[in-house]
Write a protein that binds this ligand. Structure first.
Ligand code: C2E
Ligand code: MG
Ligand code: MG
Ligand code: MG
Length: 287
């Protein structure tokens, strides 16, 4: 009986693996053509300045419109793109498309928004990344200071010397640098001293249980105070409630991004959102 159970277990196991492997293969094959078939698209999540309530920027978040599987979130295909060596061309497309979109919005009179773009480790270790970014800025007319490159702690920890050198090269182009998901990796305080950073983004996991979790309250307070001590801007990610906004405002956290204001939106919907916000503000100012 034990033997049969084992066999059965084994059978289910291999069946599951095959299915997983088959799914992965579909994604790998599809991903190779996703760029030329124009299946990748960017959603934009507004970033709000707490002191004024103004939308000061957006974060570009990648989506894949798969012809059969529908809209695929980045968590489901970016790891595959990284393993398959596809993340560099995809990441370059994200930068170019994001910058071009910001310029189109500016030309449409929607104002100049800042653009935050996530970088993957593979991109960050490409020696010609600074030249690529510089030519995208020149090509699109995007002002360098409006582009915020998001790095993660793990990218910075693996080789500190190389990371510092790459960050300095990026800074010399004029772009801003931020650490995404701050607090979840192996940050050492000495990094904050050595790295030419502009922004810390507090990870969503520290924001989600505010104001109920005393530890998270302490963590957020500490990150904001420390960031300001280093002259860095702080952005809190994942704020969903009024109570969280109130708490972050009291902390003097600079900016917030989260479902409380808006989910990531396709470009046309972001424009609608901006218009409503602008009208709301204008009518308030007029009153
Ligand atoms: P991230 O850079 O930390 O982006 C924020 C993620 O949190 C987004 O998920 C966003 O939808 C989600 N989020 C924002 N506010 C809230 C909230 O209030 N509540 C909840 N529950 N979630 C919120 P998304 O779009 O699925 O992206 C996941 C991750 O995929 C990103 O995390 C980023 O690490 C990665 N990613 C996205 N686009 C790119 C890209 O173009 N290149 C690379 N390398 N990575 C990307
Ligand atoms: Mg990010
Ligand atoms: Mg990220
Ligand atoms: Mg994040």
């Amino acid at each position: 009986r034990a033997h049969m159970d084992n066999r059965r277990g084994f059978h289910f196991y291999t069946h599951g693996m095959n299915e997983l492997a088959a799914k992965r293969l579909v994604l790998v094959r599809g991903l190779r053509h996703s760029l030329e078939r124009k299946e990748l698209c960017l959603y934009y999540q507004p970033v709000v300045k707490l002191a004024t309530g103004q939308i000061v920027g957006v974060e570009a978040l990648l989506r894949w419109r798969h012809p059969e599987l529908g809209l695929i979130p980045p968590g489901d295909f970016i790891p595959i793109a990284e393993e398959e060596g596809l993340i560099v061309p995809i990441g370059e497309w994200v930068l170019r498309e994001g910058c071009a979109q910001i310029r189109r919005w500016e030309e449409q009179g929607l104002g100049r928004l800042r653009l935050a773009v996530n970088l993957s480790a593979r991109q960050f270790s490409e020696v010609d990344l600074p030249q690529h970014i510089a030519s995208i800025l020149a090509e699109t007319g995007m002002p360098a200071e409006c582009l915020e490159i998001e790095l993660t702690e793990s990218m910075l920890a693996s080789n500190v010397e190389d990371a510092v050198s790459m960050m300095k090269q990026l800074k010399s182009i004029g772009v801003c640098l931020s650490i995404d998901d701050f607090g979840t990796g192996y940050s050492s305080l000495s990094y904050l001293k050595r790295f030419p950073l502009d922004v810390l983004k507090i990870d969503r996991s520290f924001v989600s249980e505010i104001p109920f979790n005393a530890d998270d309250i302490q963590i957020c307070s500490t990150i904001v105070a420390m960031a300001h001590g280093f002259n860095l801007r702080v952005i809190a990610e994942g704020a969903e409630t009024q109570a969280q906004i109130d708490f972050l405002t009291k902390l003097h956290c600079d900016e917030v991004q989260g479902f409380y204001y808006s989910k990531p939106l396709p470009p046309a919907e972001l424009v609608d959102f901006l218009m409503v916000k602008q009208c709301g503000k204008d009518s308030l100012a007029a009153a």
